[in-house]
Structure formats: C-alpha cells, structure tokens
Design a binder for this molecule. Sequence first.
Ligand code: CP
Length: 313
Amino acid sequence: MPVSATPPAPKHFLQFSDFSREEFDHLIARTRWIKDRFKRYELYQPLRDRTLAMVFEKASTRTRVSFEAGMNQLGGIAINLNRGDTQLSRGEPIEDVARVISRMVDVVMIRTFEQSIIERFAMHSRVPVINGLTNEYHPCQILADVYTYVEHRGSIRGKTVAWIGDANNMCYTWLQAAAVLGFKVHVSSPAAYAVDPGRAGATAPGHWAAFADPAAACRGADLVTTDVWTSMGFESENDARKRDFANWMVDAPMMALAKPDALFMHCLPVHRGEEVAADVIDGPQSVVWDEAENRLHAQKALLEYLVCGHVSP
Ligand code: CP
C-alpha cells in the first residue's frame, strides 16, 4: 500500500452499543478460551509486534494494569501516556494527537472526560480506539461484568440487574448492555440524581425501570451492583452526595430481597460503609475479585477482535 493511502475505517469500541449481540457472544466465548489457556500457562501471542497506546487523562489502577499486562501476554507491547507527560497538556488538539499516534501503533485505549473527546479522537484515528472510561460510559468494565455473570450463572439474557446509587457512566453502560443483550435493569437513585431516559438508548422499552426505593429495585434481582457515590471529576460534590445517597447503601437486608443466588458486583475502587456495606462486598454473594480479574481476560479478547478480527479457536 502506498505510504499516503488511507486505510479502511477501523472498528472502535467507544460505547457498549457499538457492538452487536453476536459480537458479544464471540467476545464471551473468546474470553473463556483465552482465560482457560492463560490459567494453563499456555502461551497465546497473536499480537506479536503490535503496539497499544494508552492515554490516561484520569487516574486508574485496574484499567492500566489489565491493558498493559494483557497486551504483553498477547505478545505485544503497551505504551502508557499520562496527560501531563504529553503535548495534550500544552493544548495540542486531540485530532492531531489521533492522526499522529494512530500512524505509529495498532490500537489505542483512552480514559478521558467527555465522550465527545474520544469520539473526536476516533474520527481521526487510523486504528481501533477503545473507551477505557469517559464521563458517560465504561464499556470495558461492563464487558468484564457480563462475562463474570456468565461465568458464574450462565446467560444473562432475561435476567434482572439492580443498579443502586448514582446514575453514572456504569449505570448508563448497563442500560446499553441490557438493550443489546436482552436483560432488564432496575435503577434506583435519589430523585436529584435520577437516570436520564434520553441518554444511552435508555428509552428502549422493556429494558429498564426506575425505582424510588432501592429495596424495591433489589427485589427479585439476579445481580445487585453499585459504584461510588462521587465519580472522578465530581469531587466538589462529595459532601452533598454523602448526605443525598445515605439511604442507597447496598446492605444485607437489600441483598436478602434479591434472588437467593443473586450476585453482587462493584467495579472498584470501593468505599466500604458508603455505597456498600462491608459484609456485602466481602460476603459470599460478592464476586468483585473475579470481576476485577476478568478485566484482563475480557480485554484480551477485545484486543484480539479489534486487531486480528474474528478469530476461531
Ligand atoms: N474499575 C476501574 O475502571 O478501575 P480503575 O479506575 O482502577 O481503572
């Protein structure tokens, strides 16, 4: 190909609804296969000589480690770019950063603020772009969460997920996942923080319902999940949120209203005694450590899919 030729438009994972149910079925099957091989210490390196650039405009532990370790395990390398170390911090336009980085690497992961930033990057990128968290969505986390549910309980289709607390990027990504994969989300947030039905395709009928009472939202649920009351970027609201969300802590009485075999998930980091009681997150229904580990395996399947296409075992 001549050096200046424009390659075909790449596939991106900017929000959960970018992929079809069939693509998620493929990713879940590949995650299981890749995880099983990894647990048997069998090398699987389809991304040899491939490079991932990771751009972080916000803090991270799980996303950073899982993408870097995953890329290394697949035979490639990952380059970490913190905003303060790049020309982004000195005003270089995101479009120019995208044009340059995507001529040098094979795939890009970005954690940033507004969704519009990652969309502008993707529009000018020659290679696939992955959303590693924006203010609006966290699709890699929900991919791992859905895989974790499937691993423990089988298909999530037709099940009920109770989302208790802030209607944040995790909540909206669960709503997208429900519409794509065919399950239901019960959302309970304080009235002043209520879910916006116009966002995230949340108007899809039959896939979500709002509850004023968090206990009512948990009743009959197959999975109860929550997140911190104050997401990154909203720290100035912390004191007000602690007051406003005081009745939205997931505790043992709430879990008792869910199905007897219901799971508890939290994307972490957690504030025990705020959004969840310690005896729930550290209790027998909690799968949060599997959930965190599965970021690694699910994102390896995602990287394989975006870089290599539809790989069969
Ligand atoms: N859950 C999650 O995205 O964790 P980090 O913020 O540590 O990456």
